[in-house]
Write a protein that binds this ligand. Structure first.
Ligand code: CMC
Length: 391
């Protein structure tokens, strides 16, 4: 009983109004605050996009400089926060460490934080965007047993992160300029995607008035699943498992078999039924990055063969399954030297901008109510308790 609309997986329920991101799934359109993703990818930077998502307008030169300054000011982790890492086994997944570290931030920034105060919300957004790369790099360094590096605040956002990841003492890190450029582009493409599972999670937790760092920790855990952000790691593992283009047919056959749980990772999307505009940009980028770095990765051949074969196959055509944002991103991350287990962490760094923009929008919207879905009950009718001796 109950008089509710049944909409499993929220295929047709708008959970909120939002002015941040627009998607037209049939036409393959993605806009951040009205600006096409293609133009932002070509001309913008990740921090400029973060500002745009948060404030609704592109910054002028001074506004961007101030924003970058504020971010730079907050890049450090508290020393004592580092101790949390020591509790993890060395082979803990970086996403598990990231989620736990983020939740621990809610213990550092709590009592003096009023989620109903706009200034406090702004500061939380800046801290989050600033600290995320520092914590993410710490997760990686811990997993390989290396000491953490402090953020170098004379560097730009993406280069600073790459230094925290890869720098070793007294050896300058030589970065091919294509590396920070490609990473910045990937961050732009992943920065927001309206009410996806992780953003909806952040909003649902946010609707209870919870601490923003706790909300983002919830978003990170939602992102981790292979149907969502975990797909980029899963794609690379799948491509490695397939190994060579001649094995692609077998993978496609398995993906079509309904008795097999196997899916083509990086394929399909709830909203995009024509193409994923981010995948188009990333596909081009993958070729460019590999070329410029002089990397010859056989997995790119496997990916291209997989794409070509699937796009000609009735099963995928009928279901409108196309490569999504995660299909080619792993190949780029790999070429940039990012280890596979860190792929979803990279996604989380970028999506933090979107998550916190949604959290702020939610708190700025008058009349926002707690998120409280209903259910269709399918359990037992009332019955009497049976004493243990009679069971
Ligand atoms: N391989 C094989 N079959 C698929 C796939 C796939 N990757 N994706 C969907 N299908 C089939 C599915 O079995 C179903 O077939 P049928 O109608 O015969 O039962 C049909 O296509 C519709 O699929 P669905 O699961 O109802 O679609 P959904 O909108 O609920 O799920 C999805 C969308 C992205 C979770 C799903 O396509 C998927 O699991 N893809 C692989 C994982 C992936 O790449 N995820 C990243 C998404 S983009 C980035 C992000 O969100 O973080």
């Amino acid at each position: 009983t109950g008089h509710f609309t049944f909409d499993p997986g929220y295929g047709s329920t708008a959970s909120t109004q939002s002015a941040i991101t627009y998607i037209d799934g049939d036409k393959g359109v993605l806009l951040y605050r009205g600006y096409p993703i293609e133009q932002l990818a070509e001309q913008s930077s990740f921090l400029e996009v973060a500002y745009l998502l948060l404030h609704g307008e592109l910054p002028n030169r001074d506004q961007l400089a101030t924003f970058e300054d504020q971010i730079t000011h907050h890049t450090m982790m508290r020393e004592s926060q580092k101790d949390f890492f020591k509790g993890f086994h060395h082979d803990a997944h970086p996403m598990a460490m990231l989620a736990a570290s983020m939740a621990s931030l809610s213990a550092f920034y709590h009592d003096d934080l009023d989620v109903y105060n706009p200034e406090d919300r702004k500061l939380a957004a800046i801290r989050l965007i600033a600290k995320m790369p520092t914590i993410a790099a710490a997760c990686y360094r811990y997993s390989i047993g290396w000491p953490f590096r402090y953020p170098r605040n004379n560097l730009e956002y993406v280069s600073r992160f790459l230094h925290m990841m890869f720098e070793v003492p007294s050896e300058p890190l030589e970065l091919n300029p294509v590396v920070p450029k490609a990473l910045d582009l990937l961050f732009i493409l992943h920065a927001d995607h309206e009410q996806n599972a992780s953003t909806s999670t952040v909003r649902l937790v946010g609707s209870t008035g919870a601490n923003p760092y706790a909300c983002i920790a919830a978003g990170i855990t939602a992102l981790w699943g292979p149907a969502h952000g975990g797909a980029n790691e899963a794609v690379l593992k799948m491509l490695e498992e397939i190994g060579t283009p001649d094995k692609v047919e077998t993978a496609i056959r398995r993906a079509k078999d309904k008795n097999d749980h196997y899916r083509l990772m990086g394929f399909g999307h709830r909203v995009y039924k024509n193409f994923d505009p981010r995948a188009k940009i990333i596909r081009e980028m993958a070729h460019k990055v590999l070329n410029e770095l002089g990397v010859d990765d056989p997995l790119l051949d496997v990916a291209m063969k997989l794409e070509e074969t699937a796009l000609k196959d009735d099963y995928f055509v009928e279901r409108k399954l196309y490569p999504n944002v995660d299909f080619y991103s792993g190949i780029i991350y790999k070429a940039l030297g990012i280890p596979t287990e860190m792929f979803t962490v990279m996604f989380a760094i970028a999506r933090t901008a979107g998550w916190i923009a949604h959290w702020i929008e939610q708190h700025e919207t008058p009349g926002t109510r707690i998120g409280r879905p209903r259910q269709l009950y399918v359990g037992s009718t009332p019955r009497d308790y049976v004493p243990m001796t009679k069971r």
